[in-house]
Design a protein around this ligand. Structure first.
Ligand code: 5GP
Length: 192
């Protein structure tokens, strides 16, 4: 992208009018729930040193907050996955873009996910991670979309259950934008 193009983008109205809907979960609600989950995870992983695996990119902000809310000797690692589909719907076909650095054998693994919608991404990841023989494998998802799961899933820790709207902010994007919003907001897809 040329310097001129970047200048043009910077001059456009931000955020683009009409794209962002109401706040679904506020910054304060997120902070409060992260603290609660942190206390629960601290208790549940007593005597253990869990390995947190963040699923990039959407979970980067949740990972940064939740790992600081767990009062245990945690380690962190990241995976990046790309799922094919439209801008707002996954097909469930997942490609690993960045694999783990850590060895999972005998580790207590906690997957940190941004959002579970159909559950197809998570179900693929679970199978992949289990094949690496961890001592335990649990999932902590910030958001779970009510009634959308097409795969049978066991998500032990859920931040919030939300209605099946497309949301952005707090790490979640649409075409790489809006990850830096502090709240979670509804994204209004522009009419075609
Ligand atoms: P699933 O495989 O569960 O249908 O979709 C999971 C992935 O799709 C999430 O990790 C996320 O990247 C993306 N996704 C699903 N719903 C939303 C949403 O409402 N907003 C955003 N930004 N991404 C979503």
């Amino acid at each position: 992208m040329s310097v001129e193009d970047q200048g043009l983008i910077a001059e456009r109205a931000w955020p683009p009018e009409g794209e962002l809907g109401p706040v679904v979960i506020s910054e304060e609600q997120i902070a409060q729930r992260v603290a609660e989950l942190g206390r629960q995870l601290t208790a549940d992983y007593a005597g253990k040193a869990p390995l947190l695996i963040g699923v990039l990119k959407g979970a980067f902000m949740f990972m940064a907050d939740i790992c600081r809310a767990i009062d245990r000797p945690v380690e962190v690692d990241f995976m990046a996955v790309a799922s094919y589909g439209t801008a707002t719907k996954t097909s469930g076909v997942v490609r690993i873009v960045k694999d783990l650095d850590a060895d999972l054998a005998d580790r207590h693994v906690l997957v940190i996910e941004d959002i579970v919608d159909s559950g197809l991404t998570l179900s693929y990841l679970n199978r992949y991670l289990l094949s690496r023989r961890p001592a335990s494998l649990e999932v902590c998802a910030l958001l779970l979309k009510r009634g959308q799961q097409r795969a049978k899933l066991d998500v032990a820790y859920v931040g919030f259950e939300i209605e099946p709207d497309f949301v952005v902010g707090y790490g979640l994007d649409v075409a790489e934008r809006y990850r830096n919003l502090p709240d979670l907001r509804i994204y209004n897809e522009p009419a075609p």
